[in-house]
Every structure is written in C-alpha cells, then in structure tokens.
Design a protein around this ligand. Structure first.
Ligand SMILES: [Zn+2]
Length: 508
C-alpha cells in the first residue's frame, strides 16, 4: 500500500505541547512501517496555522490526491486536527479522499470508515474547531478586558515604551526617555502655529526624531501623532474610550491648542493653495475615478491632475486638464447660474415679507407648538396604555409610534426656526443673494484660498475631465436660485415663492 504523510505545527503558543515536525514524522514513519505501508511522499507545513486551507503543502497534497495516476491508498497524519480545524474543511478534504478511494489514517486517533470510526473523526474535527474558535474569542475578550482597565493591548505610539514587570507576565507603558520629550516638543512647536507639517518634521529630525530610513518622519505620521489622544491619556480601542493607565505625555490644554491649530489649517484640505493658481485643487473630483484633483505646473503650463496618479502611483489613467480650460468653464458656469439682480431683489422682498409675517405670528406659533407638544405626549401615553392592555397589535403600535415621532421632529424643527433672530435671518438671506448675483465678480476679486472657500459654499461638487468641467452640482439654496429667473418668479404663486424663501432660510 502506498501512503503519503502530512505534518504541521501551529504557531499558536498554546500548541507548544504539540509534537515537533521531526517527532510527528518519526511517529508516522514508524506507524507506516508497522502497517507495511510505503511512504510515497512527505508533505511538511512549517509554522502555519490551520485556520485556512490556503497552506502550500496541503495544496500540493490535495493536487496529488486529485491526480489519478498517483496511486495513493492512505493519507497518514499524526492527529486529525493537523489537517483542518473546521468541520467544513475537514468534510471537503474527506470527500475528496473518498472520491479517489484514499483512506485517512491517524497515528493518535483510531479512525476507520466504520460508523463508530467516522463518529470519532467528526468529534475530533469538532473539538479542533471549537479550540480554534475559542482561542481567538479568548484573545479578543482578553484585549477588551485590558482596555476596560485602562491598558493598551498593542504596541504604544512613539514616545512610549512597553516595560515588562518583574515577573515577566505583565507589562506597563512608560514614557520613552529619549523620544518622549521629542514628541512633547512636537506638540509645543506646532501649537505656536508658526510651523507647517514639513517644517515641523524637519525641525524634529534635527533633534533626533527620525524615521526608520534616517530622514524626517513622514508628514502623515506627524499628523497622526498630533491627533492621537493617547498622548493626552486616553485609550480608544474599537468602541471603547477610557482614561488610560499610562502616563500623560501631553497635557490636555496643549493637546487642545494643537487641535485648534490643525482644525484651522485642515478645514479645507487642499485649499491651503501651496501651489498657487489652482482654486479647484482638492475640491474638484476626477471624472474617471472620482478621486480628488490636484494641481501642478509643467513648464509654463498649469494642469489639474488626478491625485491617484503620479510618478509613484498609477491608480488612475485620466488625462491632465489644462487650467485655462477648466477656469474658462468655471467662469461660464458661474455666469450661467448667476442670479439676475432684479430677480434677487424680488426674492429679497418676498423674504422680508415672509420674515415679517413669521415674526408677527411668532407668539401665536410658539403657543401652538406648546399645545402640539402636550397633545403628542397625551397621544403617546394613550397608545402605550392601549398596547399594554392588548387593544392594539404590535404592528399598529409600531407604525403609530413612528407617526408620532415624525410629528415631534417636525415640531422641534419649527421651534428651532422660530428661535432664530429675524434680523439675523434677513442678513443671511441678503448675503446668500449677494453671492448668487455676483458669483463671478466675487470669485475674480478673491485670492486662491477665498476662491476655494467660495466654490465650496456654492457647489457641492465639480467634476473635471481632460476636456474641462464635465459636471457640477450646486448646494442649497443655490440649486433652487439657479433655476429661478424674473419671469418665473412673477408667475410663481405665493406658495412657490414661500418655498424658495424657506430654502434660503433653511440654508441660513
Ligand atoms: Zn482619477
């Protein structure tokens, strides 16, 4: 009889009691000798876990099994759990063996194709699966417990170091004697607002905070560092956010100062206009892949280029877009969506009337809202009583509560709207209309940063292709204003006018 053997050790620490590969081979060779089998091939899987069947030696073994010319009679393992750690894999392999008339044998377990033999085999496979699943579950539980107590289950960030306690079983996190002060320095320098990310990484590299390649640490690492709340003492892990046991490296006040500097700078990523002349940079998206567009100068020509494409990353093959073409399109669109002055004036008058009307009825509407709230509470109580008494079915209860919730949300919205100062609303409407009437004039008068801000407040998206702007969408209320002209406004009934004004008010 021809026999093949398969040996594997798992990398799990818990598997230390397993036999080593040579010991497994030794046991299998002697077992084969006793049964008078010839070993045709030995498959050895060093150091792989059995969780997946994607193991090279096992794959080789299975392809040999599938080969009808191979003339194999027995597959011998030391223990069944060496082969697969879940019932499904085990069954798949088992079926394959059966198709090719190959017996599975184990040195340790007594397997044969009799009913009791199969039962033992299945039980063994189930136990192996339980063990494997339980192990990862236990690990997860252990990590969670650690975090709940304020510990950190991973390697700490830069500036900290893990120190083993005396017994060697436990460890705690300390400030790294050399790097800790450097990290603190990074926070202090950045909080002044005088340093760009690049200047900061360069400056700290001189002091000794360097990457593994010896240069300044990447800007993205620095950004992550400056926003990592671990330094101010918090531990955030999955859904948990607790006070950590580790020493605070960056005082909360300093951390907050740095955060406000970052928020100021990164509110509009790409709008910093380091590269002048590209107001659409970081805002417009690529027509091909929806990635952000960036800008660059090539000789004397400016181009918008998809940020997913560069000499190092070739994730998109969209062609460049000449800035002149893009900006000409932008002007055309701004002129096209611009609101005519007389239309704006008519809207302004309608808005003022609406605001005055709403101010006049304010007291009445406030008391209506109060009454409405009280009525809702009563209705909810009645409904709950009817439900608990069994007079209302769960389906009806559910749909009626949903109705009541919708009504309540409406009431709260009305109430919020009423609480806004009418003068402030009037000013906001005027500002919105000014932008809508003078979009391109404003744009031309602004510098890059303000242009970018203006575009972001009017457009929700601008899509750039090689041929220029190939699509755009407007933010509320500019979307409604753009479709409005004087004639339409005159024809519009009070309702439509009211809706338009409300669209502006909502946006305000
Ligand atoms: Zn692209």
């Amino acid at each position: 009889m021809n026999c093949i053997v398969y040996a594997r050790v798992s990398t799990d620490k818990q598997a230390e009691k397993d036999l080593s590969i040579p010991a497994q081979l030794e046991a299998m060779r002697s077992y084969a000798r006793q049964h008078g089998w010839t070993i045709a091939r030995e498959f050895i899987e060093p150091g792989a876990s059995a969780k997946t069947t994607g193991r090279p030696a096992l794959q080789g073994l299975l392809s040999l099994v599938r080969d009808s010319k191979s003339k194999i009679d027995v597959l011998l393992v030391h223990k069944v759990d060496r082969l697969a750690r879940n019932v499904y894999d085990h069954a798949t392999i088992k079926v394959l063996l059966k198709q090719h008339d190959i017996r599975l044998a184990s040195v340790v377990e007594n397997l044969d194709d009799s009913v009791p033999g199969q039962l033992v085999e299945n039980i063994m496979a189930s136990i192996a699966q339980f063990y494997s699943a339980n192990l990862s579950e236990e690990t997860r539980k252990g990590m969670r417990q650690k975090v709940l107590k304020g510990g950190w289950p991973h390697r700490p960030p830069r500036g900290y170091v893990t120190v083993k306690d005396r017994g060697g079983h436990d460890s705690h996190i300390q400030v790294h004697p050399r790097e800790g002060p450097l990290v603190l320095r990074a926070f202090e320098l950045y909080s002044t607002g005088w340093y760009s990310m690049t200047a900061l990484t360069n400056r700290l590299a001189k002091d000794g905070l360097i990457s593994s390649s010896g240069g300044p640490i990447p800007k993205s690492h620095m950004y992550r560092m400056l926003t990592n709340r671990f330094y101010s003492g918090r531990v955030r892990w999955k859904d948990l956010d607790v006070q950590g046991l580790h020493p605070v490296l960056v005082p909360q006040a300093l951390f907050d100062r740095v955060r406000s500097v970052i928020q100021k700078r990164y509110r509009h990523p790409g709008a910093k206009a380091r590269v002048a002349g590209f107001p659409l940079r970081g805002f417009a998206i690529c027509a091909r892949c929806r990635g952000r567009m960036t800008g660059e100068w090539r000789k004397r020509w400016g181009y918008y280029r998809c940020s997913r494409q560069s000499y190092r990353r070739e994730l998109c093959d969209a062609r460049l877009c000449n800035v002149k073409r893009a900006h000409a399109d932008l002007e055309r669109i701004c002129q096209q969506v611009r609101l005519h002055r007389s239309t704006a004036a008519a809207i302004q008058r309608a808005a003022e009337l609406e605001i005055a009307r709403s101010a006049a009825s304010r007291t009445q509407r406030m008391s209506d809202i109060q009454t409405g709230r009280a009525a809702l509470v009563t209705a909810e109580m009645r409904l709950t009583d009817a439900f608990t008494d069994g007079d209302v079915s769960p389906e009806i209860y559910k749909s009626k509560t949903a109705d009541l919730r919708t009504k309540r949300i409406q009431l709260e919205e009305d109430s919020t709207r009423l609480s806004i100062d009418p003068a402030a609303v009037g000013a906001k409407v005027k500002e919105t209309l000014d932008v809508a009437t003078a979009l391109w004039d404003l744009y031309e008068a602004f510098d890059d940063a303000k242009r970018a801000e203006l575009l972001r407040s009017v457009f929700s998206s601008i899509v750039l292709g090689h041929e220029g702007i190939v699509g755009f969408s407007l933010k509320a209320p500019f979307d409604k204003l753009a479709s409005m002209d004087k004639d339409r406004l005159q024809q519009a009934g009070t309702n439509e006018k009211g809706e338009l004004v409300h669209a502006i008010l909502d946006a305000a």
